[in-house]
Design a protein around this ligand. Sequence first.
Ligand code: GLC
Ligand code: MN
Length: 231
Amino acid sequence: MQHAYVTTLCGGDAYLPGVEVLGRSLVASGTREPRLAMVTSDVSTEARARLRAQGWELVDVDSIENPLAETVQLYPRFAKTFTKLRAFGLANTSKIVLLDADTVVLRNIDDLFERPGFAAAPDFFLPDRFNSGVMVVEPSPELFARICEALSSVGSYDGGDQGFLNEFFPDWYARPVSYRLPAGYNMHHFVFQFLMGHASLKDRVLSEVRVLHFTLQKPWMGLTLSGGAEV
Ligand code: GLC
Ligand code: MN
């Protein structure tokens, strides 16, 4: 397998609705690329069956524990997110588009496979850092080994995988523009809501946004800034 869209379901089934919607949105985008969901052993048999029935290929992975102290993790749910890093060592793929389970694709994004890896879009909180919810990755055993080695020494400004990866790829912002995805490939939902509230911006925004990212509020959980349940 060369190309694939990849997402992660770990630490139980809490993000299953997100993966299901993401899958449907990818189908609706018209892509023909395969969809892989990395799943940990605590994902239920029912969830696995649902995802398989919806066309996801499942890849069993071991979870990766967050190496940072709980006190520096911005949200309790960041305890689980390092498992996403398994994608950097995914076998049988030359290039993947790694999408968080809380993203939805609004328009076809197959052009991302023409990008060089490692590519990502700016984060709205700190635009000179990238957001780790949508990434173009060229997996390799060597890259994954370097990432594993860095886990014990490299820090993380948010106590999650995003801060870690920004320190692992510190030159991202200064790299050629092909490594920086336009903001529309990873649009935070609250920025989207703000822009859509302005009649003069609406059409422009809708034509540019390709991936909507529910970074803070997960629509299938309560509407709190911690994302509802503490996961
Ligand atoms: C942010 C990112 C998400 C990442 C998390 C932990 O919420 O959007 O992709 O997993 O930080 O660093
Ligand atoms: Mn996310």
